[in-house]
Design a protein around this ligand. Sequence first.
Ligand code: GRG
Length: 301
Amino acid sequence: MTVHVDITADQESDLLHLQQTLHAHLEHLLPAGNPSDKVRAAMRAGTLAPGKRIRPLLLLLAARDMGCDLRQRGIFHLACAVEMVHAASLILDDIPSMDNAQMRRGRPTVHREFGENVAILAAVALLSRAFEVIAVAPDLSAVQKTEAVAELSAAVGLQGLVQGQFQDLHEGTKSRSPDAVALTNELKTSVLFRATLQMAAIAADASPQVRENMRYFAQDLGQAFQLLDDLIDGCKHTGKDPFQDQGKSTLVKLLGTQDAEQRLLEHLRSAELHLNSACDCGVATRQYMHALFTQQLALCH
Ligand code: GRG
């Protein structure tokens, strides 16, 4: 499979710097409290654990590519909010009544460390903190904040993660058509990328046309990313339980590895075209996307 992009030392240090700044903002927005406050500790453990930070990095890079100045602190609030929603979804995804996972981000899952009821409460509290963080974001107008909340809440709800997860849990072990699996993948994964990139566009005051192209970009990127996630299931160094998808009708199972990889490449190509239409100087976003896929696919080769 040929996704091969190396990033320069400058790009790598830019990403590292953004990652460190993100981590500092997350620490600040989720401060440590009294050691007896288990819910707070579980929120921090689920969020601050070393994830790849794909969604907040994409938000920052895309916003900057669209002309946003990252010295505006409000943009980091949006980035942290999307990571909190993502962390909440991972905590819930891992609990015994869902995927019953043991490891996440190279560490024991939150319910294993803190107990299931604390994990559920931490996920709920993270969700509500995410929206609070947007509400109090500095440097953003009331309209921008309202639009950001609308995008992010739509991504969580019945037309988003919740619906995708329901379909995955209740249909995932039955035989399904590739289209049905792709729809579940859209709800489980693309919708949060969509909210991420829409929030970037909102912060950058992008035109309706740019926002539409960003929506298509997110759709393809999400499909490619879910295919990647399925392809690396069982590979080393993912930080997650191996073979978590066993018994599930994923696109990799339905189409076979080769066709799934081909499909992934087609989504990546299409994603790139939409990104180019959205912003012709989307260099950093494009480089990051390719570098991410190159690095992750290398886990299985
Ligand atoms: C109420 C927020 C909320 C969710 C309820 C549990 C649930 C519904 C949805 C879970 C959806 C889910 C787990 C989708 C999988 C998305 C995915 C590919 C996750 C892996 O993302 P990475 O690789 O993980 O970016 P890291 O750990 O690097 O951040």
